[in-house]
Ligand binder design. Structure first.
Ligand SMILES: Nc1ncnc2c1ncn2[C@@H]1O[C@H](COP(=O)(O)OP(=O)(O)O)[C@@H](O)[C@H]1O
Ligand SMILES: Nc1ccn([C@H]2C[C@H](O)[C@@H](COP(=O)(O)OP(=O)(O)O)O2)c(=O)n1
Ligand SMILES: [Mg+2]
Length: 209
């Protein structure tokens, strides 16, 4: 396995988002692969700020925003919301956080997300975590997630799996070609998965022999 996540560069004052160049790790994987669960662990151990694109979109619906109905309909259909909307929410969250290390969870989910984020922010991820999990395990987890989500039903789950295969896998392949992907077997228990995750964030010099 290759490099550890880069240290954040020195922060400049009054710079734009791109000039500040925060350290960004994209956290990808199918619906139910455990992205949110592992991000919570990474935050506790490594001091990152966790930004879930799905959580930001759901908060936007709740806030009564003018885009709320459109976002709600797209989520219910398992479709991907236009990048413009999601990127604005991510940018705002980055700027408001005061941190310089971010886990961006569930984004980019398609080529449009990927290219637009790079063009708008000038940020490229240091590393892309890919939680690899069979569909039948993800389906089982989603059907027992119990968070009252409108998209955790079998009909929407099937649509989301299709979108993942058609639109999100190509993004992972793009980052594979840039040698940024750290693939993790996510079908194991949470603690075992986190052992593999930790290895990505721990400098070699600090690892036990
Ligand atoms: N390794 C795991 N083994 C079993 N269940 C898990 C595992 N990781 C997460 N879960 C559970 O599966 C569901 C989906 O996890 P979540 O972290 O929300 O995934 P994602 O953000 O990728 O959709 C949650 O109910 C979570 O508690
Ligand atoms: N980049 C993104 C991320 C999520 N969404 C929408 C569409 C997704 O099916 C839903 C839910 O995403 P979320 O990451 O919360 O879902 P999972 O944690 O993978 O189960 O939000 C989006 O449109 N664009
Ligand atoms: Mg999630």
């Amino acid at each position: 396995m290759g490099t550890v996540v880069d240290a954040a560069p020195i922060k400049e004052t009054n710079g734009s988002l791109a000039e500040k160049k925060p350290t960004v790790v994209f956290v990808l994987g199918g619906p139910g692969s455990g992205k949110g669960t592992q991000c919570a662990n990474i935050v506790k151990h490594f001091g990152y700020t966790h930004l879930s694109a799905g959580d930001l979109l759901r908060a936007e619906i709740k806030s009564g925003s003018e885009n709320g109905t459109m976002i709600q309909n797209m989520i219910k259909e398992g479709k991907i919301v236009p990048s413009e909307v999601t990127i604005k929410l991510l940018q705002r969250a980055i700027e408001e956080s005061g941190n310089e290390k971010f886990l961006i969870d569930g984004f980019p989910r398609n080529e449009e997300n990927r290219a637009a984020f790079e063009a708008v922010t000038g940020i490229e991820p240091s590393v892309v975590l890919f939680f690899d999990c069979p569909e039948e395990e993800m389906e089982k987890r989603l059907l027992s997630r119990n968070e009252g989500r409108v998209d955790d039903n079998i009909e929407t789950i099937r649509k989301r799996f299709r979108v993942f295969l058609e639109s999100s896998i190509p993004v992972i392949q793009y980052y594979e070609s840039k040698e940024k992907v750290r693939k993790i077997d996510a079908a194991r228990p949470v603690e075992e998965v986190f052992e593999s995750v930790k290895a990505v964030f721990t400098p070699k010099s600090e690892k036990a022999d």
